[in-house]
Design a binder for this molecule. Structure first.
Ligand SMILES: [Zn+2]
Length: 457
């Protein structure tokens, strides 16, 4: 967490080191791999890959200036993620470990040092962790040399959400997330898309589209995410209708039309074009490194053709146990409507209701804990050995210090706190009296290893 985004920075810096390149080329960071690719004359492609390997082997040549330029490019690429942490469906399910660490933003990037970037490149970009694939014969001029190192070991931790749950999200709209078997994940996604579009788009006009994301968790299991795009005024309705729809389909079965649409969508997805070909060579490389087989196009088509409506319905029924529904926390949903969803509620708020020790009403002298008062309201903050407490309107909320895994020390004076579930808050120290002392005490309350420089908010 403290180095979130560092792989992306190294990828950018490596591409900078090999410029100028006129060949069609690029690099990309995925959840489980980094890819460098090029397309064209075989010897030119080999020359590009040789240069990438040379840049990685000699990454100590990267300058402070190179990294500063790439940081500002990364800010332009994703301005929100560059300054703010905000989790998504993988973080809700897995916390900040494993795949949950991939998508919560990278305000840590601003403070990543040259030494850290070099150490990262040397640790991960090794011969043991690399694979190369080609759509044609291996070019004679290929001469890739990478340093030796340790092979990757990976461990995907168990989900932190284990019952069907409604999460109040920082993101707009509505999203549904399931754990499904890898085998029919794409089919299930397409069949659900058809059923949800029929009810929410065609019948009611409350969404435009559904984005489907699949993330492989292990050899057999996949997280299937469906992201719906209602406007704010239709978000509560889309929440009700989408949850009702997936439950109705699980109970009554997918319609013939949905099954047919899913079969046809899968056929279209593996239609042989240049993108499918380049995706395929990338998958062969990545799966090879992970010790996984890569199904051929024909195997995918055969597997898809064999999936029946009843099988997809049975899969959905089982998958409902893993349902996470995320909805925009700023949307007003009536209490009765929330209760009717019959989902565990997760406010996804790092500030938890406090009922332990450390009552703020206790006198400073008796507890020995300093109290900071708000400049603008009656709120107060206190820092104990174990908690940061906030008293506001008669209620006490707290953050357990031991649960905090990342502390952002912002250049504007604010402090950002994120816990192991990826929940975060900004403490605007300027809003409190004696702010300098508050800032100093708060930063000292955490191990120095998790305190990182953050950019201005
Ligand atoms: Zn990028």
């Amino acid at each position: 967490m403290t180095l979130a985004g560092i792989t992306h920075l190294v990828e950018h810096a490596v591409l900078r080191l090999v410029q100028p390149v006129t060949l069609w080329h690029g690099g990309t960071v995925q959840m489980d791999s980094v890819e460098f690719y090029a397309c064209g004359d075989a010897d030119a492609v080999a020359g590009y890959l040789n240069a990438i390997a040379a840049a990685l082997s000699g990454f100590t040549a990267v300058s402070e200036e190179d990294l500063a330029l790439e940081k500002s490019i990364l800010e332009a690429e994703n301005p929100h993620g560059f300054s703010t942490v905000s989790g998504g469906l993988l973080t809700y399910r897995f916390g900040t470990n494993g795949l949950g660490a991939g998508h919560f933003g990278s305000p840590t990037l601003a403070g990543v040092s040259r030494a850290e970037a070099i150490e990262w490149a040397q640790r991960w970009f090794t011969a043991e962790n690399a694979a190369v694939t080609f759509t044609g014969p291996v070019p004679d001029s290929l001469d890739i040399r990478l340093p030796q190192g340790a092979a990757v070991t990976r461990h995907q931790p168990s989900p932190v959400i284990t019952a069907p749950t409604l999460v109040w999200s920082q993101k707009s709209g509505v999203a549904l997330s399931f754990l499904v078997p890898l085998r029919n994940s794409t089919f299930l996604g397409e069949a659900l898309r058809y059923e949800l579009l029929a009810r929410l788009r065609h019948a009611r006009g409350i969404i435009y589209s559904i984005v489907i994301l699949t993330t492989q968790i292990d050899d057999d299991c996949c997280q299937l995410d469906l992201i719906l795009d209602p406007v704010a005024a239709n978000t509560a309705a889309a929440l009700q209708a989408s949850v009702a729809a997936v439950r109705d389909v699980a109970a009554e079965g997918f319609t013939e039309d949905a099954v047919q649409a899913a079969h046809r969508a899968l056929q279209a997805l593996v239609t042989w074009d240049d993108n499918v070909a380049s995706d395929y060579v990338i998958q062969v490389a990545v799966n090879g490194l992970l010790g996984r087989a890569t199904p051929t196009r024909q195997a995918l088509l055969d597997a898809a053709a064999s999936i029946t409506g009843p099988e997809a319905t049975a899969t959905l029924m089982t998958s409902l146990e893993s349902l996470i529904v995320a909805v925009d926390k700023d949307i007003k949903v009536r209490k009765a409507d929330v209760a009717a969803l019959d989902l565990t509620l997760d406010s996804y708020d790092i500030w938890q209701r406090h009922n332990g020790t450390g009552d703020l009403k206790l006198q400073e002298s008796s507890e020995g804990h300093r109290k900071w008062r708000s400049k603008t309201s009656g709120a107060a903050l206190t820092l104990t050995e174990t908690h940061l407490l906030k008293l506001d309107s008669g209620k006490t909320k707290s953050i357990k210090l031991a649960d905090v895994v990342l502390v952002g020390d912002r250049s504007c004076g604010g402090i950002s706190l994120m816990d192991r579930r990826g929940r975060s808050t900004e403490v605007h120290t300027d809003d409190w009296k004696d702010s300098k002392k508050l800032r100093r005490k708060l930063l000292r309350a955490f191990p120095t290893g998790i305190v990182r420089e953050f950019p201005e908010e």
